[in-house]
Design a protein around this ligand. Structure first.
Ligand code: ADP
Ligand code: MG
Length: 379
């Protein structure tokens, strides 16, 4: 069947109402589409600005039925949406990415096994289904034990120095299925966000450099400050991965850089936090690409028109010095080269992503300095 192009003002569907869904709604609205968001939270960032907010669980039969009947194409912003939900919707409407691709991305063992089988470089890992799977072999330690499902922002992870600590951590995770990864001496972390359409065309955004704080993305710098060879290699590996996965949609691929070696860390079957810089620094942003892919429109140019530094704003910025106070927004807005994005979340909790800003400009060092000053002035 020839895929037909879905033209505005068609209704699109978004599974998940977080900030990624909110940016999807904004992009879709700008392009003339309408959006129905499914999210059980009454105050979800995307639900609040959607044309229709279905406030229900991700497996609610009535809500899924409404989506299937009223939405011309559906995507997700949330990898933990049940793969069956995508499969059910796909029986009656256009859904990207596929349930199969999401099922791989939402399970660390399936994900790493897929990387290996696809011939992509990965660090040493061991699937842990039972305590007896934990290696006694000292070569695997120090290591990180990660629960196979539902981990994010460093949650469901424990750093372990030896088999005893690994056992204790496995029990602390209630013996859930895990993966044990050898701790790698990271020189850098980089990521590539790309869009792949139904015809197999790929538009990859420039390789970004990421630094994390307490397991949460803190800053992304685009383009990454590593060798051209590493940047190009990351682009190639990300494209190979998307093609082998027969992926359709927007995909985030995280890499570890160890010396001059690149290893695939994990994938996200959706736009990625490290791709937020594309909103202000690229011709087409990652959310517009998501709209373009699911509607069957041609991919937009991923060209970077400015150097960019993106800084996440966590709930911690409200809770500084133990007192709850609003960050000094006026100081941030005083930077004319800074683009502010707040997600409309009501409650600033520690580690919760409340917003981000991106500083753009011609000179990479000046942009980075300006971003650092702006972040230090927030509280
Ligand atoms: P999440 O789903 O929480 O993003 P990740 O697997 O990407 O999970 O881990 C979060 C961060 O923890 C990584 O970006 C990296 O900084 C660090 N990390 C994870 N695994 C390893 C490892 N094997 N070696 C060194 N650092 C790691
Ligand atoms: Mg990660």
């Amino acid at each position: 069947m020839m895929p037909t192009v879905i033209q505005p003002p068609a209704m699109l569907g978004m599974l998940g109402g977080g900030q990624l869904g909110r940016f999807f709604v904004i992009a879709a609205h700008e392009m003339g589409y309408k959006v129905t968001v499914l999210d059980p939270d009454k105050h979800s960032p995307a639900g609040m600005i959607a044309d229709v907010h279905l406030c229900a669980a991700y497996d609610d039969a009535a809500a899924l039925n409404t989506m299937a009947e009223t939405c011309q194409a559906i995507s997700t912003e949330f990898e933990n949406v049940p793969a069956e939900t995508l499969a059910t919707l796909a029986q009656s409407t256009v859904v990207h990415p596929s349930a199969d691709a999401v099922a791989i991305a939402q399970h660390r063992i399936k994900e790493k096994t897929f990387f290996k089988e696809a011939g992509l470089p990965v660090g040493p890992f061991v699937p842990v289904l039972a305590e007896s799977d934990l290696p006694e072999n000292g070569e695997m330690y120090p290591a990180v034990l990660k629960v196979a499902r539902f981990g994010y922002d460093g949650k469901g992870q424990a750093r372990v120095a030896n088999p005893e600590e690994a056992k204790a951590a496995f029990h602390a995770f209630k013996q859930e299925v895990c993966v044990l990864e050898k701790m790698l001496p990271l020189d850098l972390e980089v990521s590539v966000v790309l869009a792949r359409d139904v015809h197999g065309n790929i538009a990859a955004f420039p390789t970004a450099e990421n630094s994390h704080l307490n397991g949460i993305l803190d800053i992304s710098i685009a383009p990454a400050r590593c060798t051209e060879v590493i940047k190009a290699n990351a682009q190639e590996l990300a494209k190979k991965l998307a093609t082998q996965l027969n992926y359709v949609g927007v995909l985030g691929v995280e890499f570890f850089v160890v010396g001059n070696q690149l290893l695939v860390n994990e994938i996200a079957p959706r736009p990625h936090n490290s791709g937020h810089y594309t909103i202000d620094a690229c011709v087409t942003n990652q959310f517009e690409q998501q709209v373009r892919v699911i509607t069957g429109q041609a991919l937009g140019s991923p060209r970077l028109h400015s150097k960019a530094v993106m800084v996440n704003i966590l709930g911690d910025s409200w809770l500084y010095s133990g007192q709850q106070s609003e960050p000094a927004w006026d100081k941030a807005f005083a930077h004319g080269d800074l683009k502010m994005h707040l997600y409309g979340k009501q409650e600033p909790r520690k580690g919760r992503k409340m917003g981000h800003f991106t500083v753009i400009g011609e000179d990479a060092q000046a942009v980075l300095n300006s971003a650092r000053v702006a972040r230090s002035e927030l509280h």
